[in-house]
Design a protein around this ligand. Sequence first.
Ligand SMILES: [Zn+2]
Length: 375
Amino acid sequence: MRKTAFIYTDRYSDFDYGDAHPLKIYRLKLTYELIKSLGLLDIPNSKFVEARKAQEEELLLFHDKEYLEVLKILNEGANIKKAYLYGFGSGDNPVFKGLLDWSLFVTGASLQAAELVDSNEVNIAFNIAGGLHHALRNRASGFCYVNDPVITIEYLRRRGRKVAYIDIDAHHGDGVQEAFYSTNDVLTISIHETGKLLFPGSGFETEIGSGIGEGYSLNVPLPPFCDDEIFIYAFSEIVPAALENFRPDIIVTQLGVDSFVTDPLAHLNITNNAFVKIISQLKNLSERWVALGGGGYDIINVVKGWTLAWAEMNDIKLSEKLPKEFFDRYKSWGFKDESIFDKPYIVSGDIKEKMKEAVEKTIRFLYDKALSKIK
Ligand SMILES: [Zn+2]
């Protein structure tokens, strides 16, 4: 019987990127509330774990000391002149009071997930706040100040584990790819909207790793407007085959839901029906799974998507509707109706054929140039 852990703290709600910013931290609280109201924190073989704050030194598993010093100053809410050199102050990466504390909670929760899975206490641990995959060693990027996936992977790697990182956010997992680009003990896979149109402008299929890491970085850039069928096809063609070659001890996933059809920041047309199918596949690909959240800027997608994911991790099939009490209480946050599952969204005609051809071409390229090198 599989064991699971859900890691969360209400302390996340102490922080705020600001009214105009697309990353709404309250999406986490709302997700937690739905999960709780469905009774999904009270199931056999599953436990709730209060998120801990990471130690500042744990950030140094990836970030450099100078950058940590900058984070410590900005944490007080005071801006400093040179902050822009570290990626701060733009609309994407605002300075707000407690930004380091926020990042320490997110990272602490991801490390707890890794500790729980690595010690075999649980098979799957889910930190919905994690997955801030764009942060670089000494620079904030794409709403991410501290790269908790890299720190988590580095923690596991130093314990001698082979880690496969799988990222299904609409945006390329650039920070994670870059951190492990020249190594063969971490495999990174990112399936995302093509960087031709979307931040961070990278993640092309030709980025396959370098030196001994050649073949250990896989990217499937998707054409805009891809639907469930193409998303599942891309995932199913690449991820199981790559993991079969690599045979990881642990998988770490970034489960961004900004790939969904109504997300305001990206242009993919995925629904939560495909998302659940992918969660189901992941569950069967590894006995040890550190699951992290990620992007998601339509709050309702986040709440439903990650609740469905958590249910699927626990082999629970949810009924079609939100609990009435939850719906009545929170409908003003943007719930249009009581359904949990999205209506199917299918792209057809010429545009679909062209998408299929483009993705097939990418997959052939990856089999030829990268997958065969993975051991
Ligand atoms: Zn994203």
